[in-house]
Ligand binder design. Structure first.
Ligand code: FAD
Length: 450
C-alpha cells in the first residue's frame, strides 16, 4: 500500500499512475470532497497545461478527456494604458497552451483516480508524522486517527504539514520566499449577447510596471482575471472609490467588461505567492515531498502544476521492477530537484518580464528576433520559452540553453531597432558558432512533445 497526503492536482495524478503500476493507493485529504462541495468565490484559478502536464495526462491515459475541458491559448495580448492591444504569438503557428479551471481539473482527476481503484479519505487533516515508527496522525471529523504507512508521498501543497513536521525533527533547510505581491481574482463574464468579450485564444495582460492584471478564458468564453499587486498597494485599495479610481486610471478598457469589479475586488480574498525551497525531498528512504510541497513556485511561467506532473512522470519511469523504493526515491530527488530549482528561478524572472517588460520596444524586438530565428531554422533552434513549454527538455538544461541564446541574441541584434535591420546571414554564422556547439555538447533534442 502506498500512502499519499493531499488530493490536489499532483496527489491525484500520482495516485492514478501508481495504480497503473499495480500498487494499492490511499489518499488522505484535509478538505471535504470538492466534487460535492461548492468552490468558494474568488478562488477559481485557470491554469495553463503545457508539454510536461500533457505527458503526465498521457501516462495516465486521460489526455483527451482533460483537453476537452480546456481552451487553446496561442499568445499574449498586451493591453496598454491607452487601450491599444498588441499581440505576441507564444511560438510557431501550431504551438499553443491549454487553459483549464484548476477546480474542474482537480475534480476530474479525483474521479479518474477513484475509477482506477484509489481509496480517498476526505476530511482527514494530517497533524504529524513519526518517520521512525512510520505513523501518521490525523484529525478527522470523528476522533483523532493514527495510520501506518510503508511509503509516503507528501503532495500536500505549498504549506506542506509533512515538510514542516520533518523540519522539526530532521536537519534540512526549507524556506518560503514570499513574493512582494499578492493576488486577487475577478470575473470578466460573457457580454450581454452571451459572446466572449475578449479574444479567447490569448492570455490577456495589462502590464503596469510594479503590478499587472491577467485574464485567461474559461470554457464558456467568460474570463477569470487575476490582479497581481504589491502588498502595500493592496492596502490602499480598501474603498469602492479607490478601486474605481484605479481601474479608471489603469485598466479603463477592461472596466466596462467587468461588471462587478468593485464589489468583487473588495470581497474576494487576497492570496499570497511564494517560492518553496528545500535542501532535500527524501527522508528515511520512505518519505518523498512532491509538487508544491517540495517546490512551490510563483505562477508567471505557468509551470507549477506542470513541474508537479513532471515529478509524477519521473517517478513513474523509475518504477521498473528492478529498483526498490529507497533507490527510486533517491533517484527522483537526484534527477528532479535541479530542474525544480531552475524553473523556480525562471518563474521569478518572468514576474519582472510580464509586469514590466512585455510592452517595452527592445523586449518586443528581442522576442520577434527569437521567433524569427525559430521560424527560419525550425530543426536547429528553439527559444527557451519553447523548450520549457513545448518540449520535455529538463528545465535546468533549458535554463542553460537560455543563457547561450541570450549571448547569441545580444550579438545578432546589436543596435538594430527593427526586424528589417537584422542580418540573417550573420544569424546563420552565429547559430553555427554559438548555438550548434551547445546543442551537440548537451545532446539537446528540440522536437516538440506532441
Ligand atoms: C494564481 C496562480 C496561477 C497558477 N497558474 C498555473 C499555470 O498556469 N500552470 C501551472 O502549471 N501551474 C499554475 N499554478 C500552480 C499550481 O496551481 C500548483 O503548482 C498546483 O496546484 C500544485 O499542485 P499540488 O497538488 O502540489 O498542490 P495543491 O494543489 O495545493 O494540493 C494540495 C492538497 O493537499 C491538501 N492538504 C494540505 N494540507 C493538508 C493536510 N495537512 N492534510 C491533508 N491534506 C492536506 C490540500 O487541501 C490540497 O487538496 C498557479 C498557481 C496560482 C496561485
Amino acid at each position: 500500500m502506498i500512502t499519499i497526503i493531499g488530493a490536489g492536482l499532483v496527489g491525484s495524478l500520482w495516485a492514478i499512475l501508481l495504480r497503473k503500476k499495480g500498487y494499492d493507493v490511499e489518499v488522505f485529504e484535509r478538505r471535504s470532497d470538492m466534487r460535492v462541495s461548492l468552490a468558494s468565490a474568488g478562488r477559481s484559478i485557470n491554469l495553463v497545461i503545457t508539454s510536461r502536464g500533457l505527458h503526465g495526462l498521457d501516462c495516465a491515459g486521460i489526455r483527451d478527456d482533460v483537453t476537452a475541458l480546456a481552451v487553446p491559448v496561442y499568445g499574449r495580448m498586451i493591453h496598454s494604458v491607452s487601450g491599444d492591444q498588441i499581440y505576441q504569438a507564444y511560438g510557431q503557428a501550431n504551438e499553443f497552451n491549454l487553459s483549464i479551471s484548476r477546480d474542474a481539473l482537480n475534480r476530474f482527476l479525483i474521479s479518474a483516480a477513484e475509477r482506477a481503484g484509489v481509496k480517498f479519505h476526505f476530511e482527514h487533516e494530517l497533524e504529524s508524522v513519526d518517520p521512525v515508527r512510520r505513523t501518521l496522525s490525523f484529525t478527522s471529523t470523528g476522533a483523532p486517527k493514527q495510520v501506518n504507512y510503508t511509503v509516503l508521498f507528501a503532495a500536500d501543497g505549498a504549506g506542506s504539514r509533512v515538510r514542516k513536521a520533518l523540519a522539526k525533527i530532521e536537519s534540512f533547510a526549507e524556506r518560503t520566499d514570499w513574493l512582494e505581491a499578492d493576488y486577487k481574482e475577478l470575473s470578466l463574464p460573457l457580454g450581454l449577447d452571451l459572446k466572449p468579450q475578449l479574444k479567447t485564444d490569448a492570455l490577456h495582460i495589462w502590464p503596469r510596471g510594479d503590478h499587472m492584471m491577467m485574464a485567461l478564458a474559461n470554457l464558456d468564453g467568460s474570463f477569470t482575471s487575476t490582479l497581481y499587486f504589491p502588498k502595500t498597494h493592496f492596502e490602499k485599495l480598501r474603498t469602492p472609490e479607490a478601486v474605481e479610481a484605479l481601474f479608471k486610471a489603469e485598466f479603463n478598457d477592461a472596466r466596462p467588461l467587468m461588471k462587478n469589479y468593485v464589489q468583487e475586488f473588495l470581497e474576494h480574498p487576497q492570496a499570497t505567492l511564494g517560492t518553496v525551497r528545500c535542501s532535500k525531498w527524501v527522508f528515511h528512504d520512505s518519505i518523498a515531498l512532491m509538487g508544491d510541497a517540495a517546490h512551490a513556485i510563483v505562477p508567471f511561467f505557468g509551470q507549477g502544476m506542470n513541474s508537479g506532473f513532471e515529478d509524477c512522470t519521473t517517478l513513474f519511469d523509475l518504477i521498473d521492477g528492478k529498483r526498490d523504493w529507497p533507490e527510486i526515491l533517491s533517484e527522483f530527488e537526484r534527477i528532479q530537484k535541479p530542474n525544480a530549482d531552475a524553473i523556480a528561478d525562471m518563474a521569478l524572472e518572468n514576474w519582472v518580464e510580464m509586469r514590466d517588460k512585455v510592452g517595452d520596444q527592445a523586449f518586443l524586438l528581442r522576442k520577434k528576433v527569437d521567433g524569427a530565428l525559430e521560424a527560419r531554422h525550425p530543426r536547429e533552434y528553439k527559444s527557451r520559452y519553447g523548450l520549457i513549454t513545448y518540449t520535455l527538455v529538463p528545465y535546468a538544461l533549458a535554463q542553460k540553453a537560455g543563457l547561450s541564446q541570450n549571448a547569441l541574441l545580444d550579438e545578432l541584434i546589436g543596435p538594430a531597432r527593427s526586424l528589417d535591420e537584422i542580418d540573417w546571414t550573420r544569424a546563420e554564422e552565429l547559430l553555427r558558432s554559438h548555438w550548434q556547439p551547445f546543442v551537440t555538447a548537451h545532446k539537446l533534442k528540440i522536437e516538440n512533445f506532441r
